[in-house]
Design a protein around this ligand. Structure first.
Ligand SMILES: Nc1nc2c(ncn2[C@@H]2O[C@H](COP(=O)(O)OP(=O)(O)OP(=O)(O)O)[C@@H](O)[C@H]2O)c(=O)[nH]1
Ligand SMILES: [Zn+2]
Length: 253
């Protein structure tokens, strides 16, 4: 498990182990300094005060949104130079600003509220929200992974506003992630509000497709809590989800 980054910052990976480490210990002083700067500034993208394990709970201490646009712009400009580009040519001159704005959007999950307190009194056996689309960013390569989330829950006298389940997915997708953690975080935020919850995520990882092993395998991750810990209950709903999501791949590109 890779816990300590090049600048000594501690990262809790929620128990997920790395197969091997590809990180270099031979970073120059400049690299290390830049790493600190990025981390310090990027912590403020979503208005959060501190980052530890990506669970979104402890970080909304401050309501002031400390955008780091100016610093990110400078870093992206520097990156363009390091890539051998001319950052002042027409096509690139606004790119640092675009990227800074894009990061504010695609990493906005850190400060998002899923609004799960919006509920309606209703008795229901199982509610299934199928095929909630998500786009996230792999924390190992900062490349997209995306796909579908299926959420099944057994209400405890109350049902959620259905859009709130989409917000919940966005909250955990729009940040640096790994798929297993995202799946677990969605289940964990729901588990105390319901009798049971089952979350299935199907993801395509660009870091596997466009580089490295160049493989199109789709990754399936599952988390279940409460009454879904009963195998029979779980398998009934899982077979429903799997039947309905089999067939043509939605995300073939
Ligand atoms: N479990 C898990 N692994 C992921 C996820 N996203 C990316 N990875 C993997 O993270 C691993 C990082 O492995 P490293 O060996 O450190 O990096 P690498 O040398 O770029 O690895 P390759 O992709 O095999 O070339 C790779 O196996 C990725 O496929 C994810 O959401 N969950
Ligand atoms: Zn990756």
């Amino acid at each position: 498990m890779r816990k300590v980054s090049s600048d000594g910052d501690y990262h809790n990976y929620d128990g997920y182990a790395h197969v091997k480490s590809s990180g270099s210990n031979n970073k120059s002083v400049d690299d290390a300094d830049m790493g600190k700067g990025i981390r310090k500034e990027s912590n403020s993208i979503g208005g959060k005060a501190k980052s530890s394990n990506g669970d979104g709970k402890e970080r909304r201490g401050s309501t002031s949104k400390r955008h780091s646009t100016a610093r990110i712009k400078r870093l992206i400009r520097q990156l363009l130079i390091e890539l051998g580009e001319d950052p002042d040519r027409e096509g690139l001159v606004d790119t640092p600003e675009r990227v800074a704005e894009m990061y504010a959007e695609i990493f906005s999950g850190y400060s998002m509220d899923s609004e799960l307190d919006v509920t309606f009194s209703e008795e229901s056996d199982v509610v299934v929200a199928r095929e909630i689309q998500f786009y996230s960013m792999c924390e190992h390569h900062i490349l997209p992974f995306f796909g579908k989330v299926h959420i099944a829950y057994i209400p405890d006298g109350k049902v959620f506003g259905i859009s709130k389940l989409v917000r919940l997915v966005e909250k955990y997708a729009k940040r640096l992630q790994i798929q297993e953690r995202m799946t677990k975080q969605i289940a964990d935020e729901l588990k105390d509000k319901v009798k049971g919850v089952l979350v299935v995520v199907e993801g395509d990882h660009m870091c596997m497709r466009m580089r490295g092993v160049k493989n199109n395998s789709r990754i399936l991750t599952i988390a279940y809590r409460g009454e879904f810990e009963n195998r029979e209950v779980r398998e009934q709903v899982l077979s429903l989800l799997m039947d309905s999501s089999s067939g043509a791949r939605m995300y073939d590109i």
